[in-house]
Design a protein around this ligand. Structure first.
Ligand code: MG
Length: 403
């Protein structure tokens, strides 16, 4: 098979089951329509059904009373509604899947195509799982995603007393999407519907009962099912963590000593035997922090934003530069998490001014002082800082950005 989108090579469809009336999570709303991540559980599931562009048809099975809400979720998922066929479910999950498969058959979907049967209550499908499912079905005809059982299992008697501990080595937790050759799973569903059996809790069990072997492939912990309120809270946390990425940026700056009676460090005026030479107020710590912030958004450096050739910045307070870097990070949607700087010099001493520096940087950045690191070191009299020719500073910044 070629790399790239699977749909170029085979027919891949999904039957997404969202017909349950389960309101275990409270209220009158079936769980697939509960709010999640600014949309609904169903919209989150729909938004991932076409991940990677592999799936070329989707049948969404809903309760007839829920057609309007289902339409809302399709819009919220920002997928092409033309790729979604909405169909009504039946009295049981088994019936709903069968009706979904028949709706898919009515579109001319071929028997040798692959269909993924998936529950909307497992919204976080990843492309890797989808591909494992499709390849397993191509190879074996029927396959289920499984996870190992992590916990010890216990079999209890009716009084709740331990009978024995089943060997978990051969046991697996079964998830969806379950994957099948379309003709195989459709025939199995037709057969058991004709026989009046509607007690299958999943499609692999039904295909297996029809005499076809069922293979397995690795599922994913992220495919957890939303059943209880705690699952919904976990799903919100999952989306929150996935929605931001952490960036870090680095800055380094040096200014040479010249004649004078004070230096600016971290925005604080510190009396000293020399001054620092520079176009602005020559504050190496604020310059390093400014560059660190610009680094988090890939937006050049301080010299690019405030060229030394520009007379506007002659003698300028370096807090202006830091404030502009903060503004640019915010404009990019970023949130500064922390700034951490180190001043490298033999003198003056930084420690007595640390709190004042934190206060000034807090004012400019909006950070609390515990997120502003101010540290100092000498160079043990080595190198240019050791020879008291100037002051160097280094800084790192971390920024959370929407993905
Ligand atoms: Mg500088």
């Amino acid at each position: 098979m070629k790399r790239g989108r699977m749909s170029e090579d085979i027919n891949l469809a999904m039957v997404l089951v969202a017909a349950g009336r389960g309101t275990r999570l409270g209220g009158d709303i079936p769980k697939q329509f509960l709010p999640l991540g600014g949309s609904t559980v169903l919209a989150q599931a729909l938004s991932r059904a076409f991940i990677g562009g592999h799936c070329n048809r989707l049948v969404l099975v809903c309760h007839p009373d829920d057609a309007e809400q289902a339409g809302d979720s399709i819009r919220q998922a920002r997928i092409d509604p033309a790729g979604v066929l909405l169909t009504s479910g039946g009295a049981s999950r088994q019936d709903s899947v069968r009706l979904g498969l028949e709706a898919l058959a009515a579109t001319g979907f071929p028997d040798d195509g692959i269909v993924l049967i998936h529950d909307a209550a497992r919204p976080f499908l990843e492309e890797a799982v989808l591909l494992r499912a499709a390849f397993a079905a191509l190879r074996h005809g029927a396959a289920i995603p499984v996870l190992p059982v992590a916990d010890t299992l216990a079999r209890l008697d009716t009084a709740g007393q331990l009978l024995d501990n089943p060997d978990r080595e051969s046991l697996r937790v079964v998830q969806t999407p379950q994957a099948f050759r379309f003709g195989l799973v459709r025939q199995a569903h037709r057969r058991f519907a004709a026989e009046g059996r509607s007690d299958f809790t999943d499609d692999a069990g039904l295909v297996w009962a029809a005499g076809h072997p069922v293979a397995s492939f690795a599922g994913s912990a992220d495919l957890f099912k939303i059943t209880h309120a705690a699952d919904l809270a976990r799903a919100e946390r999952f989306l929150g963590a996935a929605a931001v990425e952490m960036r870090c940026g680095f800055g380094y700056d040096v200014h040479a000593f010249t004649d004078g009676d004070h230096v600016m460090l971290g925005g604080v005026r510190i009396p000293h035997s020399h001054a620092l030479l520079g176009h602005s107020d020559a504050d190496p710590l604020l310059h390093a922090m400014t560059d660190a912030l610009l680094g988090t958004i890939g937006d050049g450096d301080i010299g690019q934003h405030f060229p030394p050739s520009d007379p506007r910045w002659k003698g300028a307070a370096s807090r202006i530069f830091l404030a502009e870097a903060v503004r640019l990070v915010h404009a990019a949607g970023g949130r500064i998490v922390n700034l951490d700087g180190t001043v490298i010099c033999e003198a003056p001493k930084v420690g007595p001014h640390r709190v004042a520096m934190q206060a000034l940087i807090a004012e400019v950045t909006g950070l609390t002082p515990d997120r502003i690191g101010i540290k100092a070191t000498t160079s043990e009299r080595l190198g240019f800082t050791g020879r008291r020719e100037g002051i160097a500073a280094m800084a790192v910044a971390s920024v959370a950005l929407p993905r």
